[in-house]
Structures are given as structure tokens and as C-alpha cells.
Design a binder for this molecule. Structure first.
Ligand code: BES
Ligand code: ZN
Length: 459
């Protein structure tokens, strides 16, 4: 672990309210700095990385792709863990786009095509007929002829589906048949995007090459027909455990702490993001017995890998009053890889906020390290940020080589990394949640006692 130079600033014109006590405490060079941190120790001394490791072991036994039994088992496990700590726990179901269906057929010179035809995700329904024109990979350079009323035959590869379809659409094509790239089997591929309103289908490579050959011998008339094209919805869940503040010491404020429990298809997702789930569970376990003056909501999101669907759903269920009272969202995603770099805090706009201030201050106190911040979305802090809630992603970067692969397994997890990250997040949360700290007047009031730098860290 690299220790970095740490500059500690005391707030200018220091007025010693108890809010500023946190500022003074944050100075790791102050005499007895560590022993002054009774409030941090209330949390960090209780962290049991072995518990977290065992939770990751259980969660990563099988993939947890959203909408599958694997996800549902994980959801039940997380719920039962929260409940065993004494929390009332809510399962929040929501729908997401899990796949695409559609029946497609092709005719060639009036004869039914006998190979398998796959409907592009997003294809519109309809039947179109026209002369078939082969446009190679369909780069802008290749698609120079007028395709008005024509069907474009395209080879997959090199540029995106979006560009290929757009290039032929711009020349007036009314349908797309795409064949697979060299070395690729089958025909299960393809997307069209909003506004690309033409039937688009995929066939395997051999069938495509045969059509190219046939075109060499003369004109080919083709029909492309797509029916019943549309999304297939699946159900995923968020798991939410709420800790109410002490009745007589309720600031009205809310802090949310999250991770995503779903994995990519076929991935054990030990680090992405069983690690973050174990962090949320461990902080929930500790905080359950720790009085706070702030409402704490511990949550794990489903369908993050499908486009942050669970966290967008959660954020959309918050009333404006709840949004106003939510002063911070801490997101833990990929917090335990042996093979990744150091901890960093990412915000979608690359600006500091209350959460990065709290994280940096906690990092200085508990790890005597400067925790840098940077700019990145790509996780569940984004929907919170978009509702105006200060939010940051705690992650190690550069990423490990196993990211989104079947190799993202338990043996790559470092207990040390888990522990340190949860110490920092836990100390950051507790800095506002502890009853002896005054309420933050609003989300813009940041303790901000330590200097910490922006870093354009590679991923
Ligand atoms: N854990 C990653 C987020 C991530 C990826 C952070 C790479 C930093 C670098 C997350 O689970 C993920 O893969 N997110 C998706 C987001 C998308 C589906 C909206 C991604 O980045 O592809
Ligand atoms: Zn992730």
C-alpha cells in the first residue's frame, strides 16, 4: 500500500464548535491523534474482515445476473443477514430489460431463406422488399451509393452496430441483413438505436458469404420481415435496511450506503460487487448497535450491470423531501481486489462534495493516507448525483485484469483492502451520524479539513 504525502489544513479562522473538533481531530500529526479518535474507533475497531470474506465466499459461489435465480438467492441471503442484525428490511422489486424477442424471416428471389434469422435488439416490426446491396463493413467510406428502397447486406465487425445501421440509413436503405464476422459462430447479435427505424436482422457468416457470391452473378431481390419485436422484461430487486436515529436526537438527515449485488452473466463477481455488498453488510451490522442522530439506509441494488437500473429505480422512489434530507450517498463497488490499485473516490462531475470531503478526512484519520478523487460515473452513485444528492464511488483503480470475467473469484480478494475501505467509509459515515456531532446544516456544508487532490487515474 503506497503511503502518500498528506497535507493537513486547519480550517481558516478556526472556531471551536464541535463541528470543528472534527477538523482538529483530522490532523494525523497532532499529538495523540489516533487516541483522540474514540469516535472512529467505535466503528473501525469492530470491523471483522473475516466476516466480509465469508460473505463474499457465499455470494460468489454462483453468478448473480439480474433476473436470475442466482440473483434472487443473493437477495434472500442479504435480506436475512440484515434481519439477523435486527433491521427491518424491504425488498423493492422493479422491472428491467432482460432480453429481446422477435420473429424474423427473409426471402431471396421469392424463396424462403432456410437459415436461422435473428432479430436485432431494437428492430422495428415490418416487411420491406428491395434489391439487395452488399456494402462490406458499412463504414461511411464504403456506403457511398444511393440505397433508396434497397436492403443493405452488411458484414459485422470493426465499427459499431450503431454506425453501420446509421450509414446505410443515411443513404436511404429500408432494411438490414447483417452476417457474422470472420471466426464468429452463429447469428445472435445486433442492435439498432432510437431513430433507426428499419427492420434489421442477423444471419450466420456462411449464409452471408453465399449471398455475396449470389450478388456477383446478378441482381437479388430480398424481403426482410420482422414481427413481435420487443423487449422481454425481467424482475430484479433492491434490498433496503433502515436504521432510525435515536428518538431524542434526530437531525432529520439521512445517509445512504450502497453496493450492487448483481454480477455480469456467468461471472462470480467476487470483487464486482460481492465485495461492496459485504462492506454494506458489515457497516450495517456495526451501526445496528451504535446510536446515531441520522437515519442510515443500507442498501444493495439489483441490475446495476444492466444500466444502473436498480439505483435509478430507488432514486426515483425518493420524495423531494427525502432527497432534501439525504445529505450523502456512499457507494462501494469493487473494494477488495488484491490486483487492483489504490482506493479512489469518483464523482460523476469530477468535483469534490460532502462525501469526498468526509472520505478524505476519514482516510487521513484512520489510514493516514491521502485518498484522491477523480471523475467517473459507471456505478450506482450516478442516480443519486442526478437527484442532487452528494454522492461518491469508493473503488480501487486501476482495475484488476479479472474485471467482468469468470476469473473474478474469491481467491483474488484481499482482506486488507476490504478492511481499509470499510474503515474509511465507516468513519466517514459516522463523522456525521454520531450523536455528538452537530447536524450539518445542509449538504453543502462540508467539514473539508484535509487537502486532497484530483487525479486522472487510469482505469
Ligand atoms: N464495477 C463497475 C464499475 C466500473 C467499471 C468502475 C469500470 C470503474 C471502471 C460496474 O459494475 C460496471 O461494470 N458498470 C457498467 C455500467 C453500465 C452498465 C451503466 C460499466 O461500466 O460498463
Ligand atoms: Zn460493479
Amino acid at each position: 500500500m503506497s503511503k502518500k504525502a498528506l497535507t493537513v489544513l486547519l480550517a481558516g479562522g478556526l472556531v471551536l464548535s464541535s463541528a470543528h473538533a472534527a477538523v482538529v481531530d483530522a490532523n494525523p500529526h497532532a499529538p495523540n491523534a489516533q487516541s483522540d479518535h474514540a469516535f472512529d474507533n467505535k466503528i473501525i475497531k469492530k470491523i471483522k474482515e473475516d466476516r466480509m470474506y465469508n460473505q463474499i465466499a457465499l455470494l460468489s459461489e454462483s453468478p448473480r445476473e439480474a433476473g436470475t435465480q442466482g440473483e434472487y438467492n443473493a437477495v434472500q441471503y442479504i435480506k436475512s443477514e440484515f434481519e439477523s442484525y435486527g433491521y427491518e428490511t424491504e425488498l423493492q422489486p422493479f422491472e428491467f430489460e432482460a432480453g429481446w424477442e422477435g420473429t424474423s424471416t427473409i426471402t431471396i428471389n421469392g424463396t424462403d431463406f432456410d437459415g436461422d434469422v435473428h432479430t436485432f435488439n431494437g428492430s422495428v416490426d415490418g416487411t420491406v422488399e428491395g434489391s439487395l446491396v452488399y456494402v462490406g463493413l458499412a463504414s461511411a467510406d464504403e456506403v457511398t451509393v444511393d440505397l433508396d428502397g434497397k436492403i443493405a447486406l452488411i458484414e459485422r465487425g470493426e465499427i459499431s452496430f450503431y454506425e453501420k445501421v446509421q450509414n446505410v440509413l443515411d443513404q436511404g436503405a429500408e432494411g438490414v441483413i447483417m452476417f457474422n464476422r470472420e471466426g464468429a459462430e452463429g447469428n445472435d447479435f445486433g442492435y439498432t438505436y432510437d431513430g433507426q427505424n428499419i427492420p434489421a436482422v442477423a444471419i450466420n457468416r456462411d449464409a452471408g458469404l453465399q449471398l455475396v457470391e449470389q450478388l456477383g452473378a446478378g441482381e437479388v431481390m430480398a424481403t426482410v420481415s420482422v414481427e413481435g419485436s420487443g423487449p422481454i422484461y425481467g424482475t430484479s430487486y433492491n434490498v433496503i435496511a433502515t436504521k432510525k436515529p435515536h428518538k431524542n436526537k434526530d437531525t432529520g438527515q439521512i445517509i445512504t450506503v450502497g453496493a450492487h449485488h448483481d454480477s455480469v452473466e456467468g461471472g462470480p463477481g467476487a470483487n464486482d460487487d460481492a465485495s461492496g455488498v459485504s462492506g454494506v453488510l458489515e457497516l450495517a451490522r456495526i451501526m445496528a448497535k451504535t446510536p446515531t442522530d441520522t437515519e442510515l439506509r443500507f442498501m444493495t441494488f439489483g441490475a446495476e450491470e444492466k444500466g444502473l437500473v436498480g439505483s435509478y429505480h430507488y432514486a426515483s422512489t425518493l420524495s423531494q423531501d427525502e432527497v432534501d434530507r439525504t445529505v450523502a450517498h456512499f457507494q462501494m463497488d469493487m473494494i477488495g481486489s488484491k490486483d487492483a490499485g489504490d482506493l479512489i473516490m469518483f464523482t460523476p462531475d469530477g468535483e469534490k462534495n460532502l462525501v469526498t470531503d468526509l472520505g478524505a478526512s476519514a482516510g487521513a484519520r484512520v489510514a493516514e493516507e491521502m485518498i484522491e478523487y477523480g471523475q467517473l460515473g459507471r456505478s450506482d452513485h450516478v442516480p443519486f448525483f442526478e437527484r442532487g444528492i452528494p454522492a461518491a464511488l469508493f473503488i480501487h483503480a486501476p482495475l484488476e485484469p479479472w474485471y467482468h470475467s469468470p476469473e473474478d473469484t474469491l481467491d483474488k480478494i484481499s482482506k486488507e483492502k476490504l478492511k481499509e475501505t470499510v474503515e474509511i467509509v465507516g468513519a466517514g459515515v459516522y463523522e456525521i451520524a454520531r450523536p455528538d456531532s452537530p447536524a450539518l446544516e445542509n449538504a453543502k456544508v462540508a467539514p473539508g479539513p484535509v487537502e486532497y487532490d484530483f487525479e486522472d487515474r487510469p482505469l
